[in-house]
Design a protein around this ligand. Structure first.
Ligand code: NAG
Ligand code: NAG
Ligand code: NAG
Ligand code: NAG
Ligand code: NAG
Length: 441
């Protein structure tokens, strides 16, 4: 597709061959003929552009052999030399068209560099888009050629206030003006007596003219526990955290928001702090952790992350040492016969670990399992504590009822320790037997 503009230039070029070309005052067509082209330009005369057409220095002039003999250097003419044909430049208004050669001219090949004459002002960048150009203006300027400065009109001062520039003045893009309220007045809805606003690219201010109201806030406002803000005809308080009511006079109770839900009992503490005392089976700041469903992360008995050496016992059957006490694996740990109450099996988790539950099985070959046990825990092996019920008695966990089913017991509260020890209380048949896993959240 040839744009109308190029077509127009082409037509003008065409008519110039017929000697009827007319150009506006801005037009200029310096023509140089190169030696190599000279012979191949039989029609060069037909390209003649009327001598003496008004134009810039280096403007129109005769073309071809005649041109070479024509007057040179006259105002409004080109210094045309037939030995220099190389390019033809056509200037039409602010559009520059460049003909690479007369041969190209024959084929109407016209290259237009719209940005040649630097049309964008004030540092704007010219972008040539083929048939025209676009100016990408720098900040603060606009218009096709970036010649228009972006400015905002200074509005009037507010009632009971002043403005930092004269109303009606023009202020450039990005500059600020400051509104101030008179003595004992403040900007409505704000805490300050001033307001800064900035001229935007859309020629509008970032903030509207404020309203200055009488300052009704004082040191006693908001019970000293909030920020006082003037509105028109009244004040409002933004209370500090933990305080409520319109004047911040009432301390909020964090437990009113029921942070522990039905899962625990909320206990109020300083300020907006609280503690949840969780019911059995729940854990976490807001008792949000359901131990049975959320705490299934094994400490590593079953999958071997706990090393053999770290599983020990008070006594063991010679064929069934402690490291056989891994949940779901073959065999189990066995006490020697006869078992004794408080025979124990211990795991060393190496680091402080919060454990919430224990699961046990009996011997995988049958007959032997542990029917009840206690749990002891601690950070050193010789200072262990037994998990107790809320009456302060050692808690007896109900263990297995057959040799293979897994029975999981949640601790009444999560226990953080390095050593965990099962103390056998009752057992089935000839030996006490255990396969074990512990769980955290
Ligand atoms: C050409 O440029 C001049 C100044 O450089 C400007 O005044 C004039 O409006 C421009 N003409 C067009 C058609 O853009
Ligand atoms: C205009 O100039 C800006 C800043 O230099 C640049 O980020 C943006 O891409 C330019 N726009 C175009 C269309 O080139
Ligand atoms: C504030 O301005 C209003 C309107 O101009 C005027 O009626 C009022 O008296 C002024 N208030 C004070 C305290 O100056
Ligand atoms: C105008 O005010 C804004 C914010 O209030 C500030 O970041 C900016 O630097 C100010 N501009 C001038 C030119 O002072
Ligand atoms: C509330 O608890 C946080 C940390 O839990 C503490 O920093 C803050 O001092 C407490 N607030 C009060 C009023 O005790």
């Amino acid at each position: 597709m040839i744009s109308p503009r190029i077509l127009w230039i082409l037509l003008m070029t065409y008519f110039s061959w017929k000697g009827v070309m007319t150009l506006d005052r801005e037009a200029c067509m310096p023509i140089r003929l190169s030696p190599s082209r000279q012979d191949s330009l039989p029609d060069v005369e037909t390209l003649r552009i009327q001598r003496g057409l008004p134009g810039k220095a280096g403007g129109f002039g005769p073309v071809g052999p005649q041109g070479a003999q024509g007057p040179r250097g006259l105002p409004g003419t080109c210094a045309c030399d037939p030995s220099e044909i190389a390019q033809i430049h056509v200037f039409l208004g602010n559009i520059t068209a460049k003909l690479e050669s007369l041969i190209a001219l024959h084929h109407y090949a016209l290259k237009v560099d719209q940005c040649d004459h630097m049309p964008c002002k004030n540092g704007g960048t010219c972008i040539n888009d083929g048939n025209s150009y676009i100016c990408n203006c720098t900040d603060g300027y606009e218009g096709n050629d970036c010649s228009i400065r972006i400015q905002c009109v200074v509005p009037s001062a507010p009632n009971n206030g002043t403005i930092s520039r004269e109303s009606g003045q023009l202020v450039p893009y990005k500059e600020n003006i400051t509104y101030r309220c008179n003595d004992r007045h403040v900007v409505a809805y704000e805490v300050n007596n001033f307001l800064v606003t900035t001229c935007q690219e859309i020629k509008q201010w970032t903030k509207d003219t404020p309203v200055c109201v009488v300052d009704d806030c004082n040191s006693g406002s908001c019970s000293g526990r909030g920020t006082c803000i003037n509105q028109i005809g009244r004040t409002i308080c933004e209370c500090d955290e933990g305080y409520g009511r319109s004047d911040c006079s009432v301390q909020n109770n964090p437990c009113d928001l029921s942070p522990c839900g039905q899962r625990g009992v909320c206990v109020r503490e300083e300020g907006m702090n609280y503690t949840c005392r969780c019911l059995a089976g729940y854990h976490g700041k807001n008792c949000e952790i359901n131990i049975a469903s959320d705490c299934v992360r094994a400490v590593g008995m079953e999958d071997g992350r706990v090393a053999n050496n770290d599983i020990t016992a008070s006594r063991s059957h010679s064929r069934w040492p402690p490291h056989n006490a891994r949940l779901s694996q073959a065999g189990s740990w066995l006490s020697p016969h006869p078992p004794q109450r408080d025979d124990w099996l211990q795991v060393d988790l190496k680091t402080s670990t919060t454990v919430v539950a224990v699961a046990t099985q009996g011997h995988s070959y049958g007959s032997y399992w542990t029917t009840s046990y206690k749990i002891a825990h601690g950070f050193t092996e010789n200072d262990l504590q037994i998990i107790q019920n809320n009456q302060g008695q050692d808690l007896i966990f109900q263990g297995n009822r057959d040799y293979n089913s897994v029975v999981r017991n949640n601790f009444p509260i999560p226990v953080t320790a390095r050593y965990f020890r099962i103390l056998v209380q009752t057992w089935n048949d000839y030996y006490a037997s255990l396969r074990v896993e512990y769980y955290s959240c």
